[in-house]
Every structure is written in C-alpha cells, then in structure tokens.
Design a protein around this ligand. Structure first.
Ligand SMILES: Cc1ncc(C[n+]2csc(CCOP(=O)(O)OP(=O)(O)O)c2C)c(N)n1
Ligand SMILES: [Mg+2]
Length: 300
C-alpha cells in the first residue's frame, strides 16, 4: 500500500487488499468522489473494513473509525453529536457504512433507533448479498434461491428460502427525507445519488448493490455487467424516494432473469433439472413485479 503524504493522498486510495473485481472497492471510491473530503466514515466490521485497513496501513484519506459488526449507527450518532457539541458541525458530515449483514441483520435495531432520533447521518448499506468476509453466509439480503454456505443448495433445498428483506421500504416507513438504491454498474447515477443525499439534513439511506465475484461465483471481469443485469432484469431496481414519495426509478428494457443467474455459480443448481426451472419461474415473477411496480410508479 502506498505511503500517504500530503502530496499523494486521495480520499480512497488504491493498494488495498480487496479481491480482483470487487464491486465494493469501486463503490467506496465513487462515494467519496461524490462527497468530497469533509466527511467522517464510521465503518462496521465486514469486507470494507478488512480490506482497507490492514494495520498499520489505511486506504482512507478521510477520518475513519471502525465500529463493531452491530453498533455502527450508535457510533455514528455519537460522532455527529460530538461534532455539534464542539461547535464543529460545519466541518464534516457523518457517514455510517455497513454491509448487508451489518445493516439488514445484526445492526438493524441500532439503525432503526438512529432513524427514529432523526440523526444527521447518511447510512450506506453496501449490499453484496451475504456475509462475505466470514465465508459467504446468508443474510437478510441474500436473494431467493441463492446458494450460500448457510443456505446450501443440495438434496434438501434449492438455496435460500426467503426473498430479500425490503430495507428501503422500511427506511421510507421511518419517515426519512431521502432513501435510494444504486449500483456500481451505473457510476454516474450512484454519484448523483450520493450528492443528492448530502443535500438533506437528517437521516438518509442509500443501498448500493455491489457484485462480489468470490461469493457470487462470476468472472472477475463481469462485475459491471452483473451489476447492470441486476437492474435490467428487474431483480434489483434502482430508485429514489424523497419525503416518502417515489422520485425517480431507472426504467430499462427488461431482460430475462436467466441472463443474470446463469453466469453466477451461486445459482448454478437452478439450471440442472425441472425443479430448478420451476424456481427460475418464481424468480422471474419477483423481477416482473418489481419491474411493473417501478415502471408504473415512475411514470406518474
Ligand atoms: C457480534 C459479532 N458476530 C459475528 C462477527 C463476525 N463477523 C464479522 S463480519 C461478519 C459478516 C459481515 O457481513 P456483511 O455485513 O454482509 O459484510 P461483508 O462481509 O459482506 O462485507 C461477521 C459474521 C462479529 N464481528 N461480531
Ligand atoms: Mg455482505
């Protein structure tokens, strides 16, 4: 990792230890490119923390604090309150950052409390759809029928039994002024949403889908195409809610879900026999209902 000096410091530096093709590393760079340097990042345990801070080195060119797997929101609340108490609230804004496991599962109670208190924190969930850093265990955001080490495809089941938990809808229900989803395959859209989020005071939520070649089992060169296909199939629509109302949703020409599922080893059991084909039909129905919902609502 490059030694940082006043001359070469960037907001998010290369030389970290992310896997080849990591969508998350790209997301981190894009987010900080959009916020600029006046931010403090509170980072839950997970890949983002592990690959950026191999002690004594760091990839971060902004103030960064590591929380536990579950208390990132509480730490962010504390940092924001401390800035205000010191009369330094204008010097930096706070971003709390956690994976899908930290956000949708173990840290969720703390996040809900932070939203309820209406703290001025941008919460970013980077969604790689499993607990990747500890060996690809299922999370509340693992997709329907995806294979993980704790939702294995085999004789007894065909992968994860549940659909993704709808955290954006739960965020909207908390009365957040800004809630959005994005993904690294559309970098301009992602950067615009980060900038937009920073225009609001109070709690904001951004969920970024980040392909993970290791956990999803796709080629490292397919990160961007997987990200785009997630949107184009309708499985991961990208949208914005402002003050509880759908403000934008990216409308695309819909592609069949097989185009997204087939290149990923976590779905390969669905392509073996008729039982798998039945599950693909259900996945297509999930995509269709997302696609219809956001296409229709965006037209209003
Ligand atoms: C209380 C607690 N339980 C378990 C762990 C071990 N642990 C660290 S990170 C992690 C998974 C993180 O998953 P996610 O938030 O999705 O981030 P990712 O690894 O995918 O980046 C787990 C289980 C922990 N650090 N603390
Ligand atoms: Mg994860």
């Amino acid at each position: 990792m490059t030694t940082q000096t006043a001359e070469n410091v960037k907001l998010f530096n290369s030389g970290h230890t992310a896997c080849a093709g990591c969508g998350l590393a790209l997301a981190a760079r894009l987010v900080l490119q959009a916020t600029g340097p006046k931010v403090i990042v509170v980072n839950a345990t997970g890949c983002l923390e592990v690959f950026t801070t191999r002690s004594p080195q760091t990839a971060w060119g902004i103030p960064w604090i590591h929380s536990l797997f579950e208390n990132q929101a509480a730490v962010a609340t504390g940092v924001e309150a401390a800035l205000r108490a010191l009369g330094r609230g204008d010097e930096a804004r706070v971003i709390a950052w956690g994976g899908d496991g930290a956000s949708a599962d173990i840290g969720f109670g703390g996040i809900s409390g932070m939203w309820e208190r209406y703290d001025d924190v941008l919460y970013i969930c980077y969604d790689n759809e499993a607990y990747m850093n500890t060996g690809i265990q299922r999370s509340g955001l693992t997709p329907f029928k995806g294979h993980t080490s704790t939702s294995p495809a085999g004789k007894a089941s065909l992968g994860n039994m549940k659909q993704k938990k709808n955290i954006p809808a739960i965020a909207v229900a908390h009365g957040l002024p800004y809630v959005a989803t994005a993904t690294v395959g559309y970098p301009k859209d992602l950067e615009r949403k980060v900038k937009k989020a920073m225009e609001f005071k109070g709690p904001r939520y951004l969920q970024i889908l980040v392909p993970c070649p290791l956990g999803w089992g796709h080629a490292t060169s397919d990160t961007i195409s997987m990200s785009k296909l997630a949107v184009e199939t309708g499985l991961n629509p990208i949208f914005e809610y402002v003050d509880g109302k759908l403000a934008t949703a990216m409308t695309v020409k819909q592609k069949p879900v097989e185009e997204y599922l087939k290149p990923q080893a976590r779905f390969k059991h669905l392509f073996r026999d008729a039982a798998g084909a039945e599950q693909i039909k259900l996945i297509q129905e999930i995509a269709n209902s997302n696609f219809a919902k956001f296409k229709v609502e965006a037209a209003k």
